[in-house]
Design a binder for this molecule. Structure first.
Ligand SMILES: [Mn+2]
Length: 272
């Protein structure tokens, strides 16, 4: 008698793409959204541009969008992911860095700020790779004890339009990159043309971070950590510029850092 044949199964090939948690701090209130005829009833909604998720997927990751959660959920969440992308969004509430509100500071969401700052600190303490974009860069800076300029034109005038009118795929101002920085190595250049959608900017730099690029008016356009691996923030919306080789390289480099990430057995002491 022939031996019993085992049922044929497709070999299990694990997909080793790293999981990247992407925050979203933008909230749309029911009054600002036009409901579709067969859609959901109006409610408070999270909003996140698809470009972040497309850029991360194209760079080899599986992105997952993270809603605001109870603070106790942060550690169990971070124990299952390989990297954190802090996305763009509204102004940070200046209370987060101990300052009074500027008249032109936009609407803020203090509860979302608190969650995102706690997430950034916990990811930092776990030594997870972090890529921070626009508001995300500002969150990273405040999470490490830095402060922000609340309305950049007060400081640098309007020679450079940091709040550009052109499309996000159109870079409008140059940044000079410190040749010794990690950013220069990743982008393979000491100068890059970037888009610009911010009226706030880094003022005092948080612990262990360094400015790696500046606009010609002195505005800090990126930060990176000197005290550990991939912790990098850019003030421009790199996710809208990935048709440019250097900005795609930023995402690939982040995803590669997430792929190599090995969780420690014991989380480090909280950074802040
Ligand atoms: Mn700018």
């Amino acid at each position: 008698m022939p031996a019993q044949v085992a049922p044929i199964r497709a070999p299990h090939t694990p997909d080793l793409r790293p999981l990247i948690a992407v925050t979203t701090s933008e909230v749309r209130r029911s009054g600002t959204v036009t409901p579709t005829p067969q859609g959901e009833p109006p409610q408070r909604e999270m909003a996140l541009g698809l470009r972040y998720l497309q850029a991360l997927e194209a760079a080899g990751a599986i992105p997952v969008v993270i809603p605001p959660l109870a603070i106790e959920r942060i550690e169990p969440l971070l124990s299952r992911i390989d990297g954190v992308c802090l996305s763009g969004g509204p102004d940070l509430d200046p209370e987060g860095y101990g300052e009074r509100r500027h008249p032109l500071t936009g609407p803020t969401e203090a509860d979302l700020d608190a969650f995102e700052l706690a997430l950034a600190r916990a990811a930092d303490a776990r030594e997870l790779p972090i890529l921070a974009v626009c508001r995300g860069l500002q969150v990273l800076n405040v999470a490490r004890g830095g402060t922000l300029h609340q309305h950049l034109p007060d400081l640098v005038g309007d020679r450079i339009a940091h709040r550009q009118q052109q499309r996000s795929s159109d870079p409008t101002h140059w940044v000079s990159i410190d040749p010794s920085s990690q950013l220069a190595a990743i982008l393979s250049r000491n100068r890059a043309k970037v888009n610009s959608f911010h009226h706030q900017a880094v003022a005092t730099i948080g612990r262990g971070l360094v400015a790696s690029s500046h606009a010609s008016d002195g505005t800090i356009e990126s930060l990176e950590a000197l005290d550990r691996g991939f912790v990098l923030g850019v003030q421009w919306h790199a996710e809208c510029l990935v048709n440019r080789r250097e900005q795609a390289a930023l995402f690939r480099s982040f995803v590669e850092a997430a792929r190599r990430f090995q969780p420690g057995t014991v989380p480090l002491e909280q950074v802040a």
